[in-house]
Design a protein around this ligand. Structure first.
Ligand code: MN
Length: 520
């Protein structure tokens, strides 16, 4: 880039709550979605895509709830090019400060012929009429040509020109199946910019998938070629191999601003906590060597590297851990730490909570500090997650017992309290203590959800580490997650299971629904 060119400001469109959330194992319940949305607002993304309102009543409700709390970002809802989808998005986004209706329709020969069963001219007409319809209710309409990269380029340009004329303010050219190579994708974007006559009246967006590990490379290549908006997700979660990773794109632009000459309004010091939060709520771990936010991203192991870094960090570091918000080594918190130090740590971790919640978590912190010498940042994050991103407690654990060993079947007795005050107790025999406990809980709740995943890990190292359990259950075709933390792994498992049951009970009560699944 020439030195006298002005810096361009790129819009960051986050789709963690839509493309990310609809991918296997990444479903979130409403309190979790709200926690992520608030974190994205703090991160200062330009657009939060909150969901796909027409896909299920639950999705509509969560988009509505997010639209009601987010003030500093545009909130988008995804729709097919159908009036009923646009009506659902309109309803869901009614309370948003800055709503955006995001319509998608496929333009590639294979999608048009086999999925849509429509001819190109029909697709063009449908795209225009959908944008015109949405435009009556919302000035900010985005149109995505699904599978744009595998489409006829001139057809994409015709569709874009037509939808821009109909009022679309953003047109998105996704590489839906992660097929493009970076140079090739840059050429595609340049072609669209050059051959869409009214392109200057709208922003050109890209949305890349990672099937060949190139989502970030393709996104950056497209930005270099003039794209004005990038669609991405925290930790790169998303369909199949995932979407382009937000933190990698943002840090790529920041570290190599000399080369790309593009800025975003992202507060990069929020990247690390955003990554941690998404990993916590989905239970999907970040690989240790993941760029930017992986545990090893700033670790230097080889002697020669350590020597260099001690002499001058810049020998082996192109960015600092502080620039993405990794906290520096600090005083440890323990049983003698006061409320002031605790609150300061919450602030450092980017966890802003209301007074009542701070009170509640501080009390739990004190209990934990009695059991453990040192309470780590990860322990605190887990306490906050438990308190702020869990569904209301339909059932609460009152008491539990398990008996297990090598000679007899395991048994468990569980007592739960219902939110209306009633206490219920059941016992069960099982294949191991956890199975016995879950079966006893099933007897109490009168449902038998399938256990889809069970994962047990330690939050930190050391003998007194807390165990964290993640449970995923399936019932009537839908999925729910629960997390549980305790210094006892049986208790953390029971809490996780009850957490998932509470998410189920709460969402099932508020809206019986079926989950839709559409790729875009
Ligand atoms: Mn996608």
């Amino acid at each position: 880039m020439a030195n006298n060119e002005p810096v361009r400001v790129l819009h960051v469109f986050d789709t963690t709550l839509r493309d990310g959330e609809q991918s296997p194992g990444c479903s979130m319940n409403l309190p979790e979605k709200l926690a992520v949305a608030r974190r994205l607002e703090r991160l200062r993304v330009d657009v939060v895509e909150a969901g796909f309102p027409a896909s299920s009543p639950g999705d509509l409700e969560s988009v509505k709830a997010i639209a009601g709390v987010i003030k500093d970002c545009t909130v988008a809802g995804l729709c097919r090019a159908l009036e009923k989808d646009i009506d659902a998005a309109r309803e869901a986004l009614a309370g948003a400060v800055a709503p955006r209706i995001h319509i998608f329709l496929a333009t590639s020969p294979i999608h048009m012929e086999y999925k849509l069963k429509m001819r190109p001219e029909q697709v063009l007409e449908r795209a225009v009429s959908a944008v015109q319809y949405a435009k009556q209710f919302c000035s900010a309409v985005e149109f995505s040509a699904e599978d744009a990269f595998r489409s006829d380029r001139d057809f994409v340009c015709r569709v874009f020109a037509a939808v821009i004329a109909a009022g679309a303010v953003v047109v998105n050219a996704p590489d839906t199946v992660g097929y493009a190579m970076p140079e090739e994708f840059a050429g595609f974007i340049r072609y669209i910019k050059a051959h869409t006559p009214n392109m200057e009246q709208a922003r050109l967006s890209v949305h890349c998938h990672n099937d060949l590990g190139l989502a970030v490379a393709n996104s950056l290549a497209a930005i270099g070629a003039g794209a004005d908006q990038v669609e991405c997700t925290v930790n790169g979660i998303g369909e199949r191999a995932g979407n382009a990773s937000l933190e990698e794109i943002v840090m790529g632009l920041r570290v190599r601003k000399d080369y790309l000459g593009v800025e975003t309004r992202i507060d990069t010091t929020q990247l690390y906590t955003a990554s941690r939060l998404v990993s916590q709520v989905t239970g999907v771990k970040v690989q240790p060597h993941k760029a930017v936010v992986g545990d090893n991203a700033f670790a230097h192991e080889a002697g020669v590297h350590q020597h260099g870094v001690l002499a001058n960090r810049a020998t082996y570091e192109i960015m600092t851990p502080e620039s993405i918000g990794i906290p520096k080594n600090r005083m440890v918190l323990g049983k003698h730490s006061g409320r002031h130090a605790f609150e300061e740590r919450l602030t450092d971790l980017g966890l802003s909570l209301n007074e009542a919640l701070v009170e509640q978590i501080f009390a739990q912190f004190k209990l934990l500090a009695d059991k453990k010498k040192v309470v780590s940042d990860r322990d605190i994050e887990a306490l906050v997650m438990d308190a702020s991103a869990s569904a209301p407690e339909t059932w609460k654990l009152d008491r539990w017992v398990v008996n297990c060993g090598s000679t007899l079947s395991s048994t468990s007795t569980i007592r739960l309290q219902h939110r209306d005050g009633e206490v219920q107790e059941q016992a069960a025999v099982g294949d191991g203590p956890i199975d016995a406990a879950f079966k006893a809980i099933n007897r109490i709740i009168g449902k038998e959800p399938a256990l889809e995943a069970y994962e047990l890990g330690a939050i930190t190292g050391g003998e007194d580490a807390q165990g964290q359990t993640l449970v995923k259950i399936r019932w009537n075709g839908r999925h729910w997650n629960g997390r549980g933390v305790s210094t006892d792994v049986v208790e953390s498992s029971i809490k996780a299971y009850i957490g998932a049951i509470n998410a189920l009970e709460w969402e099932w009560l508020s809206h019986t629904s079926s989950s839709g699944s559409v790729q875009a």
